[in-house]
Design a protein around this ligand. Structure first.
Ligand code: MN
Length: 147
């Protein structure tokens, strides 16, 4: 099966564009497309997420691993306690139990393909106290205020 990619809309034939999350977790201007929902001998989900300029994904962590490839634009990734500039083509492994967030803070979209196991644990958010401690790092504070 082939789903043709539309370069103008960053969408694939027959794939719906959905709201990023509906679990009440904080994010801004992010969409989700599920390209593959597990079949045969590949029990994985393959998704495409896109943040509009100024948008950001949820600041979260969990036990499961993500394999990510940037598909569109450029922005920043917070991974653990480090902030990276990322752009189209970059490949990223997000290990389990590592805090992460993508931000479209470079006046561009940031779109990324993300592979996860179908069988995975729920996302965890930082508590208010953890968040306060996290923001004591000036680089992280600036990053969190950058959209
Ligand atoms: Mn995640």
């Amino acid at each position: 099966m082939i789903r043709k990619f539309n370069k103008d809309t960053y969408s694939w034939d027959g794939v719906e564009t959905l709201v990023y999350k509906q679990d009440g977790s904080p994010f801004k201007d992010v969409t989700r497309q599920v390209l593959y929902d597990g079949a045969y001998d590949i029990p994985c989900q393959f998704r495409y997420f896109e943040c509009l300029p100024g948008g950001y994904s949820t600041l979260e962590y969990h036990e499961h691993t993500h394999m990510v490839m940037i598909q569109r634009g450029k922005g920043q990734l917070l991974l653990g306690d480090t902030i990276y500039d990322v752009e189209e083509g970059d490949f990223i492994e997000i290990p389990g139990n590592t805090i992460h967030q993508f931000r479209a803070n470079k006046n561009d979209y940031i779109g990324f393909l993300c592979l996860v196991n179908k069988d995975r644990d729920k996302v965890k958010l930082l508590t208010d106290e953890e968040m306060e401690r996290f923001r004591e790092n000036p680089a992280i504070k600036a990053f969190l205020e950058s959209c």
